[in-house]
Each structure stands twice: as structure tokens, then as C-alpha cells.
Design a protein around this ligand. Sequence first.
Ligand code: AMP
Length: 398
Amino acid sequence: MAWKTLDDMDLDGKNVLIRVDVNVPVENGKVTDTTRLDRISPTVLEVLSKGGRPILLSHFGRPTRGFDLSMSTQQVVPALSQVLNRRVHFASSCIGQTAREAVDTLPDGDVLLLENTRFHAGEKNNDRGFAKDLAALGDVFVSDTFSTAHRAHASVAALATLLPSCAGRLMEEELKALTNSLSEPERPVLAVVGGAKVSSKLVLLKNLIGPMDKIVIGGGMANTFLAAQGHQVGQSLCEHDLQDTAREILAEAEAANCEIILPVDVVVAREFKEFAENKVRAADDCPRDTMILDAGPDSVENICNKLEDVKTVIWNGPLGAFEIPPFNTATDAVALKVAEMTEDGQILSVAGGGDTVAALKKSGAAESFSYISTAGGAFLEWMEGKTLPGVAALDDTK
Ligand code: AMP
């Protein structure tokens, strides 16, 4: 696949429809985290600097029955205006006469934000008629929402086929990071896959065996693998019914020459709570009345050794119950090692999906990673090898 970027488009004097993700957390009417707004700002400002008139489209929340004030994009206007340092106008509908008038009267140099696309049933149905109504407002379409690219929604997928389209800077960054870490990585490439359950990461694990040279399996997931190897895991989170699947994965990996790295020692406790009394035990020696809550120091050392010759790291999921100290220790130590190697220019490191960003931020390592994806579900689906409708729609090779 290949994508046009802002460099390929003539934006001067054009109405530029930009699909963004302004679905930010709001408390008492105030935006509490502007990360998503910060990330779309380069695209919007570049469109302005090239003489374009930015018309922003976004969803907000998951409305089920049309208009819902609590999910209006209007509440984002003040924060967006502050982040962009531009006047942001608002249209109370994303289609029809109201939207048309707002577009026609938008002063040059200002930005227009349209109302929540999900207030229309056509959005979720990827309805071509609704997409045509959106397309009527613009001359060019810029998709800057990798985080919703896994959804076949009208403003993400169908719209891209109706106007000259390209990827925005954030989308471009995400696609580059994922291509460089998963599709065309510099080798050897190592994946860290952690988190709670094997069942939620089965497709992902199977898809990684081919492209990866090494896979570190950690967190609760690793317990299922330890049990599959005949080890006692006591009260640990473990999907005993997936032991056959775990053995299949190990066999597939061996056949594909992909090294699976499991914990060699573990941190066990009797209770799942902060600062619970804990002990380090060998991975095959978890007492019956305890649970594994983290990887042990030898496991960390082993993982760090395995990282030594690696050129690329892709990371999803924590190595332990990172929310309750001290069971964040292994995640933090490995994350800091990856951060240090990244800073030294030894590796490219990409992380994303679910709790990963929170875990890496907590460790203080996130800042030094080459790329932290803002996308949750879309990042995981890409790692699972799925075609994302919002990316496929931008494919320029068709
Ligand atoms: P996921 O959303 O699949 O990435 O899983 C993240 C969750 O896995 C976090 O809430 C962690 O606390 C949890 N987790 C990681 N390791 C363990 C473990 N050994 N036992 C219980 N929960 C764990």
C-alpha cells in the first residue's frame, strides 16, 4: 500500500475536510487531556499555512440515538482553539444547510469544527449517501485519524473514495512507525507482548510469529504458557483451557525460527494488592497458595540480554500487574532499557495499544521511545495483520 501525503496535494484556497479524533476526556465541561488535540495540530496548521481552509470532522463518544448534548464536539472548541492558537468556529451539524453556511462564511485563517459525525446513522453504516453529503463540503480530504482507521465508518472510509485524499501528518507518522516496526523492520526485531490474557492476544501472537525474530511473552499471559509447560502456577491468572493453544504457539514459533522468551523467575504474592508481601521464585516453583504478579530479576536480565543485538522493538502490554507497585518493576526495568537503547540510537522502538501507553508513561520511559501510538484498537488490529478500512481507503496504488 502507498499513501499520498500533504506534500502531494494542492491546498491553496481549498476547503479541506480533515477527519480528526477530538474524542478527548472532558470533566465538568473542561477538556482534561489535550494529547489528541496536540497530535492533530501539525496537520491543521500546515493546511492553514498552505492557504487551505480546515474543516474538521470527528466523532465524540458513542451516541446511539442521534443528538446528545453530552457528546457534542462543541465542548472541545475552547481547548482546540487554545492548542491551535487560532479561532475555531463550530457548526451544529456536519451536513446540510447549516454546515454549508458555516463553510461558506469561514474567514480565511480560521478553523471550522463540525458537529459529531456519529449523530447520523450513516456514519457507522459507512453509508455512501452520508459520505457524499460530507464530501459536498470540501475539495480535498485529509485523514488524520489512525485511531479510528479500524472502523469502516463513512467519514473514515467511504469519504476517502469520493474526494482527492491523503494522509495527514499524524496518520503518516503512525503508518511509518508501524511499517518500520512490523511490516518492513530492520532486523533482528523483537516484540514484547504482555497483558492479562492469552485469549485477547491470540490472533496477535499468531500473526507475530512470522515477522518477529523474538517474542517476549509476559504478564498474566505468560502464566498460561508456564502452565502449558507443566509448571504449577498456583492462584495466578491463567487460562488453563488454552494450554493446548499455548503449546501450538510454541511449536509454530519453533518451526518458524522465532524465539519465544518466557519468564525464568517470577514474583509471587498471596494477594492482588499494592505492596502485598512478595517473593521471587523460579518460574517452575510458584507455591500453590500464591499468584504470579510480575516477572523476576533474572527474567529482566534475560530479556535485556536478548535485546542486545536487536534493531527494532514493538511493544504491547505490561510484563506484570503494573498498576499495583511493586509489580511494575519488570515492566519499568525493561522499558527503561528499551528507552536507553533508543536514545543511544541502537534501536527503533514503537509501542501502543490498551494499557501499554499508561504502563510506559508510569515507568518514565515513554518519552524516549521512537514512537508511541495514540491508537488503541487500530494499533492492535494492525499488529494482528488486519486490513484497516480507513487505511485501505487511502491506498494510492489501486
Ligand atoms: P491488557 O489490557 O491485555 O494489555 O492487560 C493489561 C492488564 O494486565 C493490566 O491491568 C495488568 O495489571 C494485567 N496483568 C499483567 N500481568 C498480570 C499478572 N501477572 N496477573 C494479573 N494481572 C496482570
